[in-house]
Design a protein around this ligand. Structure first.
Ligand code: A2P
Length: 280
């Protein structure tokens, strides 16, 4: 298991990202980012809607890490879809994070059919702005989040530059097989949000059994399982010992039969956030 995956444009992406959804802005964001960088995380997953990008940026600064050694992602919020608004939102995120480029920028949620008659055109127009920012060298890679195969298929008809990443909900009990397979076939790297099922899948007996067999925690099993399935997990924590433990997953291997058993788990812990019927 390597510490990095490679995107289809040749950019290397650290295989575990540090999640920041629900991390409070200010001192908590600063301290958790510092702790993550100290621990060895080299990939931070942020978003404008998390309302903590200033704290995340302060944390990056406070960590003392060289910018070139860190992979930083952010996401375009739904209200900013469209060409000009995407460019503006990107500049605001960059300012809040106090950076002069991003490693990865994602469209946070697809415009969906039930919300917009022109959903395909709206996603395509937003994507054009992403391509422009990429071509201008302001972003090293561009991608999507929460795009399901039908959203991807529609967008791929319009793209000059194929998305490098799709970030979706992914944890034991919610493996979104069709979407993951679609991405793999199209050489789009899958990232998994809420790899611990927001903490809700951790007391499943199968995970307990496998964790005991490896002398690891259930959370470490979830993270390692995502990696072994070729997915970039993005565990979030503001608790120092969890931040550290969630990164200690490179010294053991889940067996093929254990992987199969986790892959086959019935649906558990899904957030219920449906890219086709969600209202924000
Ligand atoms: P906290 O941030 O208070 O440590 P996910 O990444 O799946 O969305 O899960 C995040 C949730 O899981 C947060 O509530 C986080 O709490 C909790 N969490 C993070 N790491 C662990 C862990 N190792 N064990 C148990 N809960 C964890």
């Amino acid at each position: 298991m390597t510490n990095n995956f490679t995107l289809h444009n040749g950019i290397s992406i650290p295989s575990i990202g540090f999640g920041t959804w629900k991390t409070p802005d200010g001192e908590t964001a600063i301290q958790s980012i510092k702790k993550a960088v100290d621990t060895g995380y080299r990939h931070i997953d942020a978003a404008a809607i998390y309302d903590n990008e200033v704290g995340v940026g302060d944390g990056i600064k406070a960590s003392g890490i060289d910018r070139k050694d860190l992979f930083v992602t952010s996401k375009l919020w739904n209200s900013e879809r469209g060409y000009d608004s995407t460019i503006k939102a990107f500049e605001k995120t960059l300012k809040d994070l106090q950076l002069d480029y991003l490693d990865l920028y994602l469209i946070h949620w697809p415009a969906a059919a039930h919300q917009f008659d022109n959903w395909k055109a709206l996603n395509a127009e937003t994507w054009k702005a992403m391509e422009k920012l990429y071509k201008d060298g302001k972003i090293k890679a561009i991608g999507l989040s929460n795009f399901m195969p039908h959203h991807l298929e529609a967008l791929l008809e319009e793209t000059t530059i194929k998305p490098m990443v799709n970030q979706i909900e992914y944890h034991p009990g919610f493996i979104q097989e069709e979407c993951v397979n679609f991405c793999k076939t199209n050489d789009i790297q899958v990232e998994g949000w809420s790899p611990l099922g927001r903490g809700e899948v951790l007391d499943h007996p199968l995970l307990k059994e496998i964790a005991e067999a490896h002398n690891k925690s259930e959370a470490q099993i979830c993270i390692r399982w995502a990696l072994q399935n070729g997915v970039v997990p993005l565990p979030k924590s503001v608790t120092p010992h969890r931040i550290k433990a969630n990164f200690e997953v490179f010294d053991f291997e889940i067996s093929d039969s254990e992987m199969k058993a986790i892959n086959a788990l019935d649906s558990i812990g899904a957030s219920g956030l449906d890219p086709d019927s969600i209202e924000f």
